[in-house]
Structures are given as C-alpha cells and as structure tokens.
Write a protein that binds this ligand. Structure first.
Ligand SMILES: C[S@@+](CC[C@H](N)C(=O)[O-])C[C@H]1O[C@@H](n2cnc3c(N)ncnc32)[C@H](O)[C@@H]1O
Length: 191
C-alpha cells in the first residue's frame, strides 16, 4: 500500500509507538521529517537512498513526499528496529528495505546514481563519505542531521562532527548550507 500525505500521520504515530516500546530514541524530529518530505517531493521520478532506516520515521516522511515513480532504497543494520519499519512501511512498492551494513551497500552501489541521499548513520557520514558522495547524481542532494551536540553522542564525537563539516564544506563538488535548526543539519548539492 502506498503511503500518502493523508495516511502519513497514522503510520508515523504507529512507528513512534513501536519506537517507544523498543526504547529507540534516534528517530528524526518534525523539522527534519518535514524537510525530508519537501526534498523528496522535489524529485519526481527520482531515486532516493537512506542510510540508517532506524524504525522508519524518516523513511515514512520521505515516502509521504515521493510521487508514484520515485523509489527509495533504505538500509538498517539492526534487525529489531528494521522490523518496525518493515511492519509499517514494507507494503509500499516504492520502498526497498534492506537489513545489513550500510558500508557494504554503499560499496555494492558503486556506479549507481541517486537524486537524494539522507545519510543518518556511520557509513556515508563518518566513513565511506567519499563513496556515498560519489553516488550523488549531478544536482543531487545530500543531507545529514545530528550535527549539534546530542546526549546520545559517544565520547569524542564532537571532533568527528567538526571533521565531517570541514570535509563537506570544502568539497569542491558540493554547494553546502548549514541549517542551524532541528538537530543541526547540513544540506549539500552536487554541482
Ligand atoms: C539515527 S538512527 C536512524 C534514524 C532514522 N533515520 C530516523 O530518523 O527515523 C541510526 C541508525 O543506524 C543504524 N546503524 C548503525 N550502524 C549501521 C550500519 N553500519 N549500517 C546500517 N545501519 C546502521 C542504527 O541501528 C540506527 O538505527
């Protein structure tokens, strides 16, 4: 069943309930979700890649903005949280949900092109960054969140975030905009 803007609220509420029962607290917030939906809607017929499905909150926002011809490939390493996403979103034929390591998927996708990449886990953000950026089509958009200090950050993560910001904002392939809202976002377009 195709998720739409009309059915999205109920689906998201069910995912949020699933997250609460698992104690999963890493889903994107409302502002990032709305931005994902806006970006997804700007790419009719596009190809979208999500690294770190989590329980499917961000996936649901992306699906709610996508048209019938847009496809979304999303990967999550943890089968328990991935099962929540699959239960609520798995029937949507535009979505290809994978359970596995995002780094392996990035490597396997070499040569493919995506119009939008939401990098919300380690691979494609803190490692395998160049490979992930290599998957961006010209004009493609890359988005990362969680750039402002979070209580879930591991020790020394602030340095890794600074290095990530340095790398992205000095990459000659990209135009970047830092958005000081939500959890701290960086939006980049490959030119
Ligand atoms: C920030 S959460 C994703 C939240 C989700 N995008 C959302 O906003 O609803 C990051 C996710 O990445 C997953 N993860 C960690 N390492 C991974 C890897 N190597 N490959 C794929 N997923 C990974 C974690 O299990 C976690 O669910």
């Amino acid at each position: 069943m195709t998720l739409t803007t009309e059915t999205h609220s109920a689906v998201l509420a069910a995912i949020v309930e699933g997250c609460a029962s698992l104690g999963f607290e890493m889903s994107c917030d409302l502002v990032t979700g709305q931005l994902l939906r806006t970006l997804a809607a700007s790419r009719p017929g596009g190809r979208i890649l999500e690294l770190g499905t989590g329980a499917g909150a961000s996936t649901s926002w992306l699906l709610s903005g996508m048209d019938a011809d847009t496809t979304l490939l999303s990967v999550e390493q943890d089968p328990v949280v991935a099962a929540v996403a699959a239960a609520h979103l798995g029937a949507d034929r535009r979505l290809d949900l994978r359970v596995g390591d995002g780094a392996e998927l990035i490597d396997a996708l070499a040569g493919h092109r995506f119009d939008l990449i939401f990098a919300d886990t380690w691979p494609g953000k803190f490692h395998h960054l160049d490979q992930a950026l290599g998957l961006l089509a010209p004009g493609g958009v890359y988005l990362v969140d969680d750039l402002l200090p979070q209580r879930t950050w591991p020790t020394d993560h602030a340095r890794a975030v600074r290095e990530l910001l340095d790398r992205l904002t000095t990459d000659p392939r990209l135009h970047t905009t830092y958005l000081d809202c939500s959890t701290g976002l960086l939006l980049a377009t490959r030119h």
